[in-house]
Design a protein around this ligand. Structure first.
Ligand SMILES: Cc1ncc(COP(=O)(O)O)c(C=O)c1O
Length: 344
């Protein structure tokens, strides 16, 4: 399996399974209502405190998914008189959040700070508030947003910043706090993410100032008008965060696996879009060749699908690494890639 978001291998971890069972035994299978009515559990408070601690923020709020966290947050903090500047490769939920908000949403070229600066110069003064929105780790390319430069521009042009750490949390930073934490960014920003990737559970979150979180509790429709996160998902996520904070060995193993693949690819002369994260997008040719390669890998016991336009601009084999991949499994992938000449 070289396509899973289970970066630290926690989705099958006994401690998460036990925590989900214990939470279910204690609270039942459903949270039974909106957090503002019957759906609020002490477990939710515990999880939100743990997320705020992991992220180094004053507060956090959990949503039913990362998708809903982004939709609800963006639509709550900007409106028709405001501007959103987003990386053109941002995840769907950042883009749809922009649409839902009614704000003017303009894309800047992928990772291109000169283009972001030009767009700020051209458009910023015409709008009341401005939100710069970006993924920290891009889900289909595996490259990283220049977060320090984005923060500097945001200060210069008086903008808010929303960073989606869906693929950064658990993977970057000494305690797994994400790319923002790894870069030591202390400024006020809105960190969004998911509980469903490195954290092995289900749900999403927003972490930021106490004022922001209080505002979202009153304004984020995707939090107010939906059922609270289930006890099992909440319990599993609490257990995951405890592990992630001290899971130095797992993170080291994950990065060692990234390094091994990077070296193997270099020897095989296979180019990747980036080698900066556990998401590695291999450039193997046009759409037809990429499809053949995915089939070749599958026939060799490896699941690493082709990702094609219109999801992405160019076809690629997207592989993701996990801390739990063995040296043998990595060799098997490299061997299958080495045999690519036998493609029909
Ligand atoms: C960058 C990014 N943001 C948000 C999400 C959505 O998170 P969730 O699966 O919790 O809805 C995903 C993928 O699922 C993602 O890749």
């Amino acid at each position: 399996m070289f396509a899973s978001n289970n970066y630290l291998g926690l989705a099958g971890d006994r401690r998460l399974i036990d925590a989900a069972i214990a939470a279910t035994e204690m609270y039942g299978t459903g949270s039974t209502g909106s957090r503002l009515v019957t759906g609020h559990l002490a477990l939710h408070d515990e999880l939100e405190t743990a997320i705020a601690d992991l992220k180094g923020t004053e507060a956090a709020l959990v949503f039913s998914s990362g998708y809903l966290a982004n939709l609800g947050t963006i639509a709550a903090i900007v409106g028709q008189r405001d501007l959103i500047l987003g990386d053109e490769y941002n995840h769907s939920c950042l883009k749809k959040g922009g649409l839902l908000s009614g704000a003017m949403a303009i894309n800047y070229q992928h990772l291109d700070m000169a283009d972001l600066t030009a767009k700020l110069q051209q458009h910023r003064v015409k709008y009341r508030r401005c939100l710069i929105a970006t993924d920290s780790v891009f889900s289909m390319d595996g490259d990283l947003a220049p977060l320090r430069e984005i923060m500097d521009l945001a200060n210069q042009y008086d903008c808010m910043v929303l960073v989606d750490e869906a693929h950064g949390t658990g993977v970057f930073g000494d305690r797994g706090g994400g790319l923002t934490n790894a870069l030591g960014i202390q400024q006020d920003l809105i960190q969004v993410g998911t509980l469903s990737k490195a954290l092995g559970s289900l749900g999403g979150y927003v972490a930021g100032s106490a004022k922001l979180i209080d505002f979202l509790r009153n304004r984020a429709a995707t939090w107010i008008y939906t059922t609270g996160l289930s006890p099992a998902d909440t319990g599993a996520a609490i257990a995951a965060i405890k592990i992630v904070k001290s899971a130095l060995n797992r993170r080291q193993q994950l990065w060692q696996n990234v390094a091994e693949i990077a070296q193997g690819l270099q020897e095989l002369r296979i180019e990747a879009i980036a080698l900066d994260s556990p998401i590695i997008a291999l450039k193997v040719g046009d759409i037809a060749t990429t499809m053949q390669m995915a089939k070749h890998l599958y026939d060799n016991g490896i699941f690493a699908p082709a990702i094609r336009p219109p999801t992405v601009p160019t076809a690629r084999i997207r592989i993701t690494l996990m801390a739990t991949h063995t040296a043998g499994q990595i060799q098997k992938l490299l061997q299958a890639l080495a045999n690519r000449d036998r493609l029909v």
